[in-house]
Unconditional design. Structure first.
Length: 46
């Protein structure tokens, strides 16, 4: 039971950190084009 709890804790922390660091270095364009969302990144670092 403790193994499962530790594993679940690890997975939850890993996903939280993943989604915190995912948007780093993403920049929105200064000149918007018609048909694109305002939040579209200039370059995606995925």
């Amino acid at each position: 039971m403790q193994f499962f709890s530790n594993f679940l804790f690890f997975v939850v922390i890993w996903w939280v950190l993943f989604f915190i660091f995912l948007p780093i270095k993403n920049k929105s364009p200064s000149d918007l084009q018609k048909g694109n969302a305002n939040s579209v990144p200039v370059k995606s670092y995925i």
